[in-house]
Design a protein around this ligand. Structure first.
Ligand SMILES: Cc1cc2nc3c(=O)[nH]c(=O)nc-3n(C[C@H](O)[C@H](O)[C@H](O)COP(=O)(O)OP(=O)(O)OC[C@H]3O[C@@H](n4cnc5c(N)ncnc54)[C@H](O)[C@@H]3O)c2cc1C
Length: 321
């Protein structure tokens, strides 16, 4: 008789892992707190694009979903570094033709959900806020707009992200130790809009970096020609988000340290005012499993984004397990 698994969280890792399980013959029920982003529009956080590298592709290829992802992915063959005086230097990411890839977070998440749902043995349940009752029994419960429910499963996979409620429940019963280290830097996202006819105002097939010792700005390309920019910056101190407390102050700072990027953001002050500063943290936990419950992805090993490895290592969890 085939086994029955629950996957809690249909983010990047949960959606991919569901396909792995389905192809191994499991019946899979996926419980996701949010509504279906394919119908409601993606609300999965503000980071619009991510860098996908070989360890991620290997997992996507193993279950035949790489092509669906590649259709919307942009190769970034090299790193383009912008000095304060506007000088540009470059570094290739590998041999000729090798690249890391810019993928839309919402786009890849929706593609992975659609691929998972193609399997007759998969059911996705949206608006199901889910938590753990009993790790030994594999029992979980959920709350929906229509009421509450619960069920027992042969295996429960916790892919509910860096704030995992299941990880916290396991810790509460003494089954797991975990730490969250909130670092001194936060991040804010900005956008360089596309040029005319969806052209890119800076080299398109590249990852752009404005390195400035203790902080940096990066830019990844989007299919519509725009670039999503992320400023990683100290939260407090003389040079910090706290110090740049008005859009005008931020604009003066950018004019000095990121002048070429600022010139490409005509609505910089509006973006600065609207886009929040988000925290960055590292989650470490051990062990990764208890009874019938296994933690995957950010739920067990969230990592700061500078390495571009959070999603990639979560996909590797799927490949290795
Ligand atoms: C600014 C930034 C840039 C990044 N850049 C990169 C990059 O370039 N490359 C890279 O590899 N990684 C990058 N990352 C990391 C990457 O985003 C994460 O590692 C990845 O999203 C983790 O996937 P996940 O499925 O484990 O968690 P998530 O994507 O967070 O998904 C968790 C899912 O669980 C659901 N959920 C939560 N609680 C419940 C509940 N109680 N019940 C039901 N469902 C629930 C959520 O709604 C969500 O859908 C970046 C992260 C940030 C913040």
């Amino acid at each position: 008789m085939s086994k029955h698994a629950a996957v809690v969280g249909s983010g990047l890792v949960g959606s991919l892992w569901t396909t792995f399980l389905a192809q191994r013959g499991y019946h899979v029920d996926v419980f996701e707190r949010r509504s279906d982003s394919r119908l409601a529009g993606y609300k999965g956080g503000r980071s619009i694009n991510l860098a996908l590298s070989d360890r991620g592709w290997r997992a996507l290829e193993a279950v035949g979903v790489a092509e669906a992802v590649r259709r919307e992915a942009i190769p970034m063959y090299r790193r383009v570094m912008h000095a304060i005086d506007g000088t540009i230097t470059t570094q290739p990411y590998g041999e000729q033709g090798q690249a890391i890839w810019s993928v839309s977070r919402g786009g890849i998440n929706m593609a992975l959900m659609t691929e998972a749902e193609k399997h007759a043995n998969v059911r996705l349940h949206f608006e199901h806020d889910t938590d753990l009752d009993d790790a030994t029994q594999g029992r979980i419960h959920w709350t929906t707009p229509d009421g509450k429910g619960s069920g027992c499963f042969d295996a429960v996979f916790s892919t509910d992200g860096a704030n995992s409620g299941i990880r916290k429940a396991l810790q509460a019963e003494g089954a797991m130790e975990w730490t969250e280290q909130v670092i001194d830097h936060g991040y804010k996202e900005l956008l360089i809009p596309a040029g005319p006819n969806a052209t890119s105002p800076i080299e398109r097939e590249a990852l752009h970096i404005w390195p400035r010792a203790s902080y940096m700005l990066i830019g990844l390309p989007n299919p519509d020609g725009s670039f999503t920019m992320t400023l990683f910056f100290p939260n407090e101190g003389p040079v910090s988000f706290a110090a740049l407390d008005t859009p005008e102050a931020a604009e003066v700072f950018f004019a000095e340290f990121f002048a070429d990027a600022l010139a490409l953001m005509p609505d910089f002050k509006e973006q600065w005012a609207q886009n929040p500063v988000s925290k960055l943290s590292i989650v470490r936990s051990w062990p990764w499993s208890k009874g019938k419950v296994v933690l995957f992805g950010d739920a067990t090993h969230a990592i700061v984004p500078f390495y571009g490895q959070g999603m990639n290592s979560g996909f590797e969890d799927c490949f290795e397990l």
